[in-house]
Ligand binder design. Structure first.
Ligand SMILES: Nc1ncnc2c1ncn2[C@@H]1O[C@H](COP(=O)(O)OP(=O)(O)OP(=O)(O)O)[C@@H](O)[C@H]1O
Ligand SMILES: [Mg+2]
Length: 298
């Protein structure tokens, strides 16, 4: 719902109130759903990327998706697709990341996304909703997608945060993937005294699997009957961009190829690890994912 064009560059030094002359920028398509579709495509899983886009940046986004040969279902909007900017300040070796808000000003735009989901879903087993919601889209939007998915007899996977998450789960989901912060946020919002209590509340709301990722420390797969714990492999992290999205892409790819849910979580961890080992905004590599999976989880 809230894709972006991600601009990356670097400068000798960022000084306030002065022009910061930057190096030649890189441009990448960004946003949760966009990245999940890119990962699925790399892993050889057929998908359609549904995304809202508008203006010159929207056109660029469509072009970039076509160049990467990612099947797209763009939903045209009157609002210009947002851009995010990341600038490395070489004097301190740190990165500034400016994330701009997206906007969908017309109700008819997000309504047509729901219609597109309803028609596109017929060809698929899973619907993944990932990333933040733009201004103008109701916080319970993902729960509407969940209803459509359920009615079609397909599986809904949700990876988002804040109110999009709290209100997005109200009609249940096959999988949610809260990280440490999102899990803690849900505990607060749902007034849960413990982790177990939060999980019980989520199961009551119709969540089938809670995949709680805790970065390099561990990943938990929690169902009403079991808790399975996984340890991510030790790797040389080059960039953390896209780890969560790669996890989701790997998880769904694993389930699509018939792995059981424990193995599929292992495949998700492998996809995340491969992305973490890649430079900058680059995502996972299929052969590397297979290699990590067979060494650690098969
Ligand atoms: N340092 C690390 N080493 C190995 N694997 C890692 C590391 N950090 C993250 N991962 C993998 O990436 C997955 C997702 O990471 P994390 O729990 O940070 O989710 P996230 O916060 O949603 O990620 P993102 O920052 O992309 O949104 C984890 O389940 C784990 O497998
Ligand atoms: Mg995340």
């Amino acid at each position: 719902m809230n894709p972006s064009i991600d601009i990356g560059t670097e400068a000798d030094e960022v000084i306030t109130d002065q022009k910061t002359r930057c190096a030649t920028p890189t441009f990448d398509p960004g946003g949760g759903g966009i990245n999940v579709a890119r990962v699925l495509t790399r892993l050889g899983v057929h998908s359609d990327a549904l995304f809202v886009c508008g203006g010159y940046t929207g056109n660029l986004l469509k072009q970039m998706m076509a160049e990467e040969e990612i099947k797209s279902v763009p939903i045209e909007s009157l609002d210009v697709t947002r851009q995010n900017v990341a600038i490395i300040d070489n004097s301190i070796g740190k990165q500034y990341r400016f994330v701009l808000p997206g906007l969908v000003s017309k109700k008819s735009t997000w309504k047509s996304v729901l219609e597109k989901v309803e028609t596109t879903i017929q060809n698929y087993d899973f619907v993944v909703a990932s990333g933040s919601l733009p201004i103008g889209v109701p916080a319970d939007f993902y729960s509407l997608i969940s209803s459509i998915t359920k009615k079609a007899g397909k599986q809904f996977v949700l990876d988002t945060s804040g109110s999009a998450l709290f209100e997005g789960i109200l009609n249940g989901a096959a999988y949610i993937k809260p990280n440490q912060e999102e899990f803690a946020e849900m505990k607060r919002i749902f007034n849960a005294a413990s982790d177990d209590e939060l999980c019980s509340i989520l199961f009551e709301k119709g969540i089938d699997h809670i995949v709680h990722t805790l970065g390099k420390e561990k990943t938990l797969l929690i169902t009403p009957e079991h808790v399975f714990e996984f340890t991510p492999p030790t790797i040389n992290v080059r960039s953390t961009i896209g780890a969560g999205d790669s996890f989701i892409g790997g998880l769904v790819a694993g389930l699509m190829r018939g792995l059981d849910k424990k193995q599929a979580v292992g495949f998700g961890i492998s996809a995340a690890a491969s992305t973490l080992q890649s430079e900058g905004t680059d995502l996972c590599d299929a052969d590397e994912v297979e290699d990590i999976y067979s060494k650690n989880f098969a």
